[in-house]
Design a protein around this ligand. Structure first.
Ligand SMILES: Cc1cc2nc3c(=O)[nH]c(=O)nc-3n(C[C@H](O)[C@H](O)[C@H](O)COP(=O)(O)OP(=O)(O)OC[C@H]3O[C@@H](n4cnc5c(N)ncnc54)[C@H](O)[C@@H]3O)c2cc1C
Ligand code: FES
Length: 253
């Protein structure tokens, strides 16, 4: 099973910390909250009428009495959310969608930028510490991670070699891993998919991202091209998919 059914509930803001320039870590108190890694939450970022829709965030970590999210300050919604004070109530729908298809064996996690949010939660649920390839534009955009063999690369060379996360793949033997879990911008995920020899692509799981409206399968706003034609809904069919469920040629963001 890779899903826990959602609830609509009020969480209480516990802490708000700017952990990197433009990156915020928020924790919430929500006794009894449960989630599987890869599931996400739709969070109401303002008690006022705008923004109309909630915003989706991956659960970065489960806490004994709540949860943690990590997010990039992108626009109005994330700005409003980050301005909340401890004690502020927040309406949350979740956990939503299907998480990572957990199983035994060694995992390779490949993430770009904020795509690595949630890797700590995933790593903690695996039987063996994973190998993690993490890419970011600069050293201060790398997310915290301390539960495995971490290899980093940055576009400006300020931490690790200079380049993109796909440049770390030639040092990897995909056959050593039962699962290759990928999350990040679509071009980066496509790069990982295409870099793998076709015989190894069945190991790939992808956590997809798209602009969401409802978050639970009703509005159709989050459609992602499906292999063989048609579309799948990122929110309710995903966000985690097997790589071969998606049409990588038609998927552009
Ligand atoms: C399943 C899922 C999980 C997510 N988990 C996280 C997470 O853990 N941490 C995190 O930082 N972000 C995450 N996101 C993206 C996050 O939801 C958006 O960054 C956020 O909604 C932006 O809201 P805003 O009001 O600040 O920006 P808006 O004003 O709505 O948009 C500002 C700009 O941000 C970009 N943007 C907005 N939404 C998205 C999106 N869904 N994908 C890519 N770019 C977007 C666009 O360029 C847009 O022009 C996730 C998205 C999905 C679908
Ligand atoms: S966000 Fe509404 S159907 Fe997916």
């Amino acid at each position: 099973m890779n899903r826990i059914l959602p609830d609509d509930f009020i969480a209480e803001t516990a802490s708000v910390r700017r952990i990197r320039p433009g990156i915020v870590c928020m924790t919430f108190s929500a006794p009894g909250f449960r989630s599987l890694p890869g599931q996400f939450l739709e969070i109401e970022v303002s008690p006022g009428p705008f923004p109309v829709t909630r915003r989706p965030f991956t659960v970065n970590r489960l806490l004994p009495e709540g949860f943690e999210i990590l997010f990039d300050l992108r626009g109005r919604g994330t700005e409003l959310l980050s301005s909340l004070s401890p004690g502020s109530p927040v309406r949350v729908l979740g956990p939503l969608g299907n998480g990572w298809r957990l199983g035994p064996g060694k995992w390779l996690l490949v993430g770009g930028g904020m795509g690595c949010a949630g890797f700590s939660f995933l790593a903690g649920e695996l039987e063996e510490p994973p190998t993690v390839l993490m890419g970011a534009s600069t050293a201060d955009r790398l997310l915290p991670f301390d539960d495995g063999d971490l290899r980093v690369i940055t576009e400006d060379g300020s931490s690790g070699p200079r380049g993109r996360v796909t440049d770390l793949l030639p040092g990897i033997e995909p056959g050593d891993y039962r699962v290759v879990a990928v999350c990040g911008p679509v071009p980066m995920m496509r790069g990982v998919w295409l870099s793998l020899p076709p015989g190894h692509r069945r190991r790939v799981q992808v956590s997809a991202e798209s602009r969401m409206g409802c978050g639970w399968g009703v509005c159709g706003g989050c459609a992602v091209p499906a292999a063989g034609g048609g579309y799948v809904k990122c929110c309710s069919d995903g966000p985690v998919f097997a790589g071969d469920e998606l049409d990588w040629d038609r998927w552009t963001v």
